[in-house]
Design a protein around this ligand. Structure first.
Ligand code: OAD
Length: 229
């Protein structure tokens, strides 16, 4: 049996990392067009960096929770028949030990140089100057994440689409599934014959097509999933 799992911000909520929508969601206090678009970065790179550095500092203090850890167990059980697809940029899946993982929206701990194109990991939570300078060429760097209006990394998206089309079970955890193309993957999986399982304390647009719904937080929900799969 081939198993694909899609995660969103909800899986990291119990680690203390805020989600984007819903109660306490980041988009309740901030406007995405001010902070998470290429235009916003061009207009005010220092402001955008300040926001990302604040998020980095929150994530740096967070630990993977039982949900992240149960997914590592699931990966060990299914080996090559398992793929974790995440919209999260926080790196908590990797810290928990997930290996068969594809990041659709980049990684907050990676930077990209706007001058020379260098891409590298950088775990700073503050910089002497904003925007910070590239360690290779001194040009300006930006967070290597996908902003609204930008294309997803092609390889990552292709892999995710391939798995959605070919898996037997597609599990959707902690995502509002309203941001495309990631939000489209559960429908694609369903169309291609997969059983869809949703783990989320709230109803989402995926709920009507789900074959099984676990209305619980990720920490207890993924443990239950591990018992039955
Ligand atoms: P959202 O903030 O849109 O949705 C979070 C989901 O997690 C909601 O459906 C909640 O009900 C659910 N949730 C909350 N607590 C949970 C818990 N303890 N266990 C399980 N689920 C829980 O986050 P995403 O769907 O990930 O993109 O958002 C998608 C994209 O929109 C993000 O990657 C980001 C954002 O704007 C970009 O920045 C490009």
């Amino acid at each position: 049996m081939k198993l694909a799992v899609l995660t969103g911000a909800g899986i990291s909520a119990e680690s203390g990392v805020p989600t984007f929508r819903g109660q306490g969601g980041l988009w309740k206090s901030y406007r995405p067009e001010d902070l998470a678009t290429p235009q916003a970065f061009r207009r005010n790179p220092a402001l955008v960096w300040e926001w990302y550095l604040w998020r980095r500092s929150v994530i740096a203090k967070a630990e993977p929770n039982a949900g992240h850890i149960a997914l590592v167990e699931l990966e060990k059980k299914y080996c090559e028949d398992f793929l974790l697809i995440t919209q999260n940029v926080d790196g908590l899946h990797q810290r928990a030990g997930s290996k068969r993982l594809v990041e659709l929206h980049g990684n907050i701990w990676r930077v990209k140089c706007l001058s020379c194109g260098a891409v590298y990991y950088d775990y700073s939570v503050s910089y002497a100057q904003l925007p910070p300078a590239c360690k290779e060429c001194g040009g300006h760097i930006r967070p290597d994440v996908v902003w609204f209006g930008e294309a997803l990394p092609e390889d990552a998206l292709e892999l995710a689409i391939g798995w959605a089309r070919s898996c037997d079970v597609f599990v959707v955890i902690g995502t509002s599934a309203v941001v495309y193309p990631a939000g489209e993957l559960p429908y694609l999986a369903k169309e291609h014959g997969a059983k869809v399982i949703e783990i989320n304390p709230e109803s989402t647009p995926v709920s009507p097509i789900a074959d099984v719904i676990i209305r619980e937080p990720a920490s207890s929900g993924v443990k239950k999933l591990l018992e039955v799969l």
